[in-house]
Design a binder for this molecule. Structure first.
Ligand SMILES: [Zn+2]
Length: 122
């Protein structure tokens, strides 16, 4: 079995790499600055994380949003929470898409994920 991609992120590739959270650019971004934010702990679903870990994930999303806002013109952000498909819980490492919404640009959000509009940022 290959090592889990989010458990084996190289620190050099990461936008954020902390005790709780790692964030990397999406390999096939749907827009500029499309990021993947994953918890350090290998769990199948966001709600398998404990409260502190969940808070660190939200903190990371907010910090990254702020950082992206300083480099490109952004109207707001979408977050897409991806949990394990049924039957794939062991191998799956939950993660969150962070997708900036740019003025005048329509974004086709991916079918995977539970999407939340983070509103205007920051
Ligand atoms: Zn993992």
């Amino acid at each position: 079995m290959p090592p889990c991609q989010y458990c084996s992120v190289a620190p050099d590739d990461a936008w954020v790499s902390t005790e709780f959270v790692v964030a990397v650019p999406h390999p096939n971004p749907i827009v500029a600055c499309h990021l993947i934010v994953a918890p350090r702990r290998h769990v199948a679903a966001f709600y398998d994380l404990d409260v502190q870990e969940q808070r660190m994930m939200w903190d990371a999303l907010a910090q990254l949003s702020q950082r992206i806002t300083t480099s490109i013109e952004v109207e707001g952000f979408y977050a897409g929470f991806v949990d394990a498909p049924l039957g794939d819980e062991l191998d799956f490492h939950t993660y969150v898409h962070l997708v900036p919404r740019m003025p005048g640009q329509k974004v086709a959000l991916l079918a995977e994920g539970e999407w939340v509009d983070l509103g205007s940022q920051p």
